[in-house]
Write a protein that binds this ligand. Structure first.
Ligand SMILES: [Zn+2]
Length: 77
């Protein structure tokens, strides 16, 4: 099963605009990352729990894909 916590997205530093890769886990936990451009601290905030909502939506789609595959894949020997 895919570990969605390890999925990376890029966020833009509000100070210098440098793009920083962060994981969904870091966002979910509200981590602080140091910008590689200007060295300022960026606190990751999951406003309105959008990461949790996206994770649930992705999980539902993966479950639907697995269910579809189980119904349609035929093994022949
Ligand atoms: Zn920066």
């Amino acid at each position: 099963m895919i570990d969605l916590d390890q999925c990376e997205i890029e966020v833009s530093c509000p100070t210098c605009g440098f793009y920083e890769p962060v994981t969904l886990k870091q966002i979910r936990l509200g981590d602080v990352v140091v910008c590689r451009g200007c060295k300022s601290n960026m606190r990751l905030i999951d406003h309105m729990h959008e990461v949790a909502k996206a994770r649930k939506a992705i999980r539902r789609q993966l479950d639907a894909l697995a269910e579809y595959a189980q119904k349609t894949i035929t093994l022949r020997f």
